[in-house]
Design a protein around this ligand. Sequence first.
Ligand SMILES: Nc1nc2c(ncn2[C@@H]2O[C@H](COP(=O)(O)OP(=O)(O)OP(=O)(O)O)[C@@H](O)[C@H]2O)c(=O)[nH]1
Ligand SMILES: [Mg+2]
Length: 420
Amino acid sequence: MSFWPSCCRRTCVGAMIPVRLFSASSQTLLEGLAQWTPSAQASLRPCRLLPQQASPRMLSVGCVDHAKRQETPGKKPLSEKKLKRYFVDHRRVLVRGGNGGSGVSCFHSEPRKEFGGPDGGDGGNGGHVILRADQQVKSLSSVLSQYQGFSGEDGGRKNCFGRSGAMLFVRVPVGTLVKEGSEVVADLSQRGQEYIAALGGAGGKGNRFFLANDNRAPVTCTPGEPGQERVLHLELKTVAHAGMVGFPNAGKSSLLRAISNAKPAVASYPFTTLKPHVGIVHYEGHQQVAVADIPGIIRGAHQDKGLGLSFLRHIERCRFLLFIVDLSLPEPWTQVEDLKYELEKYQEGLSERPHVVVANKIDLPQARAHLPQLQDHVGQVIALSAVTGENLEQLLLHLQVLHRAYVEAELKRGSQPLRW
Ligand SMILES: Nc1nc2c(ncn2[C@@H]2O[C@H](COP(=O)(O)OP(=O)(O)OP(=O)(O)O)[C@@H](O)[C@H]2O)c(=O)[nH]1
Ligand SMILES: [Mg+2]
């Protein structure tokens, strides 16, 4: 059974091609390339993989078709304003632990047993409120503004202790930072990690507890303690394998639409994307690479210009980066330099993460002329067009290579690689 989306399976000749493309390892594919094209060494362009009679863009067409068919016919695409409702990366939450149950004061009562003694049981403890990093949750939109833990039950007669309140688990996305004031109190960066946001109150003591040699009939009992109350700030730093970094209008969202099933809004004005979007690229063997489209960065972003710091922090959590440049603009290498400068200013070493430069808009007439100069300045470049789909396969293959390298490095270090 193929896991390729049904829309891709529908694309006639191209239908079989994507499946075959991803069943071959990238290594095999690139080796095979030399047999098809004599100039393969000079420029690796998987769109030339097909024999002469097939359309040179057959592979790409499938991808773009896929992107275009994402909208249900007759339905208007969602605006960015609506889309961003689904992605919430900040939440202020009031958490209260459950209250402890009260202890009771009572005495054993039985016929012909005059001094039965105290038998008031203790109250149960209040339940904690616990934040748990859950792989299924992708944004903080499902987190409410306040949580009240379950209270413990009161104690009872005959030394019956009250039941403790159950734990209240709040599911948050992996990559959630928990702050109290300006202090970071927890970083839930691994799935399953938990943090006790508010402790439940201790249960009160029944009068049996106060029985002593000098006091055989205590009447004292204590009420349960109230649960802890805290105001926490949850902050999500998007965790994805790859982060798309680029200036506004470089075509990041268009590219994410073309390679995944995500639907970020695309428009010809800058700062169309206001919130990060994560799309998943599926490969054979259930391999999934999460790619984040991060809002455009401008010069001075590290000083909070444009959309600024709030988005640089999403990049921080990406394991490798795709620098997206607009090849139709003059001197496109300056875009790469500026982007790297901004990342470096925000956090040292951030620009040195494994990365690849993606030159978008190769379909525009003036773009091709800029490519050799860009390659001279930055080395390896994947030149493609998100709109026509030209050369998208090269990016998909490279993503897989970067992902494999990341998984191997994590396993070598003895840690578990991020699985989406
Ligand atoms: N000709 C051409 N136009 C493109 C290509 N990719 C994107 N565009 C156009 O460029 C404009 C900006 O595209 P977006 O995908 O919104 O760019 P972005 O980088 O996400 O922009 P921000 O969200 O503002 O950061 C849109 O009008 C796209 O249609 C391409 O490969 N070729
Ligand atoms: Mg965008």
